[in-house]
Design a protein around this ligand. Sequence first.
Ligand code: HMG
Ligand code: MG
Length: 304
Amino acid sequence: MSTAQLPSKVRIVEVGPRDGLQNESNPVSLDTKVELINRLSEAGFRYIETGSFVSPKWVPQMAASGQVFAGIERRSNVTYAALTPNLKGLEAAIEAGADEVAVFAAASESFSQNNINCSITESIERFRPVLRTAGEQNLPVRGYVSCVVGCPYEGEVAPQKVADVCNMLLELGCREISLGDTIGVGTPGSIGDMLELVTKQIPPDKLAIHCHDTYGQALVNIYTALLFGIGVVDSSVAGLGGCPYAKGASGNVATEDVLYLLQGLGIDAGIDLNKTIAAGNFISQALGRRNGSRVANALQPLAV
Ligand code: HMG
Ligand code: MG
């Protein structure tokens, strides 16, 4: 088949240690988090979302993110990133030595209120000093837009709303925008319609795709995004995850499954699939559950 339209390289943003673990209700030990991240860097990941500096009352599992940053073996060719919803979070991320931070907005008002306790406009105003201070420190900032096709409170989301929030984040100085199907309701139909409009206003090399797999559509949605020229894919080892403020949202797409897809398409991601599966089996065992990656279960099944 002709793959002329597809990017020749894809950068994986591994979000398992943050988006994956943030939703775990039982505490995950510091040692386990640190070992997971070290195994991921050893497998070849060059971008690992390592934690988030948010209110510990809102997301208790991320409360020890500073200790996670202090405990990992840092590799100079890896970006260890963190979520920062406000200046307080940014200050903590700088102190922890994060290489990059991310602000997170939504394309739906209700999700914004439920996730970060403010409207979309207020969130942009809150991010302004975060971007300014990060800029003074030469710290790159990624932007997230959640609910790009569907919202758990409002249902369908209009593509223009997504483009508007992306534009606001880019104007603030975000280096890249990750488009999140937070509750995994998208299909190539709705994701395609959204990307059709968004990529007319924003070049695909400024965009990443972030799919949750609630309805089993994540891989085909990612494939759709690749066809639109998007070359950055967020994924989570062993398919860990969910969002505490998106009821019913299952894990992110499993990184192992994305790597298998990319291998099949002849696209280089520079990551060792077998080591990624071993890292996924490690964290699945630590959490006492089956590995959420179909590819991992096919290639290195865990006895659980
Ligand atoms: P708030 O209650 O409106 O904030 O929460 P506040 O400024 O009034 O502060 C309340 C308390 O939180 C105070 O403490 C602050 O000091 C503290 P108290 O005086 O009550 O003891 N606080 C903080 N503590 C630590 N770090 C901070 C911080 N900020 C305030 N940075 C806030 C507003 C944004 C803080 C809160 O709503 C929050 O932390 N939300 C985070 C929610 C979250 O992490 N959600 C998951 C990540 S988003 C996601 O998963 C989607 C994504 O994956 C993409 C996708 O799938 O679509 C990215
Ligand atoms: Mg997410």
